[in-house]
Write a protein that binds this ligand. Structure first.
Ligand code: HEM
Length: 180
């Protein structure tokens, strides 16, 4: 997993819970990197799992809720680190439609070692999209947060529901309907 995801994660923890919690979860996690990340570095996904588990223990919140909150936070982080990746889109549905074939393709050029999920589009209309998230990392709540923020980015909202196609969350279908 790319360092930019770790640096954004620790930044969110500091903002929401304070620097002490950052120090505590780094201490309590199993981190070969010792919790020192650079945005272009690549680190084991296990380190992220360990950090999220420690945070969940520390602040007594479910992991899924914390991953979702991180998705909300990460959209702005990635968007401001790479504005050129999203500036061509004029509405949220077309942005979501383009993740697989354009946005993450571009990301792969910026970060060749990135391990990205795949999104399969099942249906798309002017104000709705149905897509299947697929990734061995099972970060579907991260996708949930990112999708939610995509609408906010265009000053809109959406009704987002999801269904686990595999129990471990490695394949999840999202039904997304733009409000208003
Ligand atoms: C601003 C545009 C975006 C950029 C620059 C971007 C970039 C990235 C990067 C760098 C990673 C980390 C890969 C790694 O650590 O190896 C990632 C992962 C991910 N991206 Fe994007 N992304 C963008 C938009 C989105 C959107 C809108 C979604 C909405 C569904 C999304 C879904 C995900 C998910 C769920 C992951 C986690 C990896 C996984 O689940 O396997 N991304 N993205």
């Amino acid at each position: 997993m790319k360092g930019v995801v770790f640096t954004e994660f620790l930044e969110m923890v500091e903002l929401k819970f304070g620097l002490e919690v950052v120090d505590t979860i780094i201490e309590n996690s199993n981190l070969p990197s010792e919790g020192i990340y650079t945005s272009v570095g690549t680190y084991s996904f296990n380190e992220m799992v360990s950090l999220i588990t420690s945070l969940s223990d520390e602040v007594k919140a479910p992991m899924g809720d914390l991953i979702y909150a991180f998705g909300l936070y990460l959209f702005n982080g990635l968007g401001s680190a790479h504005p050129e990746v999203i500036e061509n889109y004029t509405n949220p549905i077309s942005l979501l439609y383009a993740i697989e074939d354009h946005i993450h393709v571009h990301v792969k050029k910026l970060y060749p070692e990135a391990e990205l999920p795949t999104f399969k589009i099942l249906d798309k209309t002017e104000n709705s999209i149905t897509m299947v998230y697929c990734s061995s990392r099972g970060l579907y709540r991260l996708a949930h947060g990112l999708i939610e923020k995509t609408f906010e980015h265009f000053n809109g909202t959406a009704t987002i529901t999801y269904e686990l196609l595999k129990e471990d969350g490695t394949e999840v279908k999202f039904d997304i309907i733009q409000n208003g």
